[in-house]
Unconditional design. Structure first.
Length: 386
């Protein structure tokens, strides 16, 4: 590298950043503390030389002790030795490994979408990505919710994902099971734009059941992480991931959520970043809607269809993604069963007692309602799907 070579300087800084990110148990807050407003090259040097003034901020981070700092210093010293032996930059091997895996790296503040991070209190130091770069001209909406969503939640997530895609709005979420993945799969099925943010290295699919979704987002959308290859999922990394989801979206929509959990972490992060939060109303009898109904009671705007979200974005409304409801049941028993499911989930035994119908008649009614899209069964419980 020639002194003063901009491209060389950028690669040196990128190599130092990826080396920092690869340190065990290193996270965004610890990187910020170590950098102390400076650059990654300086932070690596602070660790290498054990500069006490700069390490003081690192020691103030929760969970950082002398044993961890010593492990980081050993890894950095090894990286310097390897670089010197090969005549390469520190982190060059990691840069090459990611490039060979088809993963690009970027410092968010230096991209075309830098305005997203200008006032962010905790911007990622480095993002690893697959697929397309974020286009700041495309509107972005976050859709999040519980992993244990009901049939109602699945239906709403699918409708919103498809509707936003039809309106040309990118769907941002965390690629989790449940609401997140359903909304993003629906958007992909409509050839829409999707931004998935994950809490592990891009080679560490979590949950494993979403492997096909990860691959499709990487192929047809944008897959992002702030963790390097090899970093496995860990509980503390998901709240950190959620702040990136909140930062990327212009409006956050919560479909179903309990009173606590990942969705509420994202809500808090969105509020901290002045992102509007909207919520889908749910049955007061449903545990899955306790959190969303509470958000509504606290003043969040309700989402009844995609047009509500487009209005919040300042976009023209239309019939985007509002799938036509099936025809009302014509059979008296079907209507009676649907009335029961409207009141809340029911088991087959409960429906038998409440309707007075025989098992054969009831099974036929439920089959007709399920085929028409009015009812769904999960784990032995029947519930209204719309």
């Amino acid at each position: 590298m020639n002194a003063g070579d901009p491209a060389g300087d950028e690669r040196a800084e990128l190599g130092a950043l990826v080396e920092l990110c690869s340190l065990p148990r290193m996270g965004p807050a610890r990187i910020r503390a170590l950098m102390g407003g400076g650059d990654a090259l300086g932070a690596i040097e602070h660790l290498r030389r054990g500069r006490e003034v700069m390490l003081a901020g690192l020691r103030a981070c929760r969970g950082v002790d002398e044993t961890l700092i010593a492990a980081w210093r050993r890894q950095v010293a090894s990286a310097f030795d390897q670089a010197a032996a090969s005549g390469q930059l520190v982190g060059a091997g990691l840069l090459d490994a990611h490039a060979q895996a088809g993963i690009w790296m970027t410092v968010p503040a230096r991209t075309d979408a830098a305005e997203i991070w200008e006032s962010d209190p905790e911007p990622p130091a480095l993002l690893f990505g697959q697929g397309a770069a974020i286009d700041p001209a495309v509107r972005r909406v976050g859709v999040v919710g519980t992993r244990r969503c009901t049939a109602y939640g699945r239906t709403v997530a699918k409708q919103l994902g498809a509707g936003l895609a039809g309106a040309g709005v990118a769907v941002v979420s965390g690629l989790a099971t449940g609401v997140d993945g359903i909304a993003q799969r629906a958007a992909l099925d409509e050839s829409g734009q999707v931004i998935g943010v994950v809490g592990s290295g891009l080679d560490q699919v979590y949950p494993a059941s979403n492997r096909a979704l990860w691959a499709d987002v990487a192929r047809h959308g944008t897959l992002l992480s702030e963790y390097p290859l090899g970093r496995r999922a860990a509980p503390w990394q998901f709240p950190a991931r959620n702040r990136i989801v909140a930062a990327l979206c212009e409006v956050l929509v919560v479909v179903e959520s309990g009173p606590t959990g990942g969705s509420m972490y994202t809500v808090d992060a969105a509020a901290e970043r002045d992102r509007p939060v909207m919520a889908v109303p749910g049955p007061i009898t449903s545990v899955a809607s306790v959190g969303t109904n509470r958000l509504l009671s606290e003043g969040c705007a309700p989402v009844c269809d995609v047009d509500d979200i487009l209005a919040a974005l300042g976009e023209p409304a239309g019939a985007h993604g509002s799938a036509a409801s099936p025809a009302p049941p014509s059979c008296e028993l079907d209507r009676q069963v649907l009335d029961e499911l409207t009141a809340g989930p029911r088991t087959l035994d409960e429906l038998t007692l409440r309707t007075g119908a025989g098992l054969a008649e009831l099974a036929s009614a439920l089959g007709r309602l399920q085929l028409a899209g009015w009812a769904a069964e999960t784990g032995g419980w029947w519930e209204k799907a719309r």
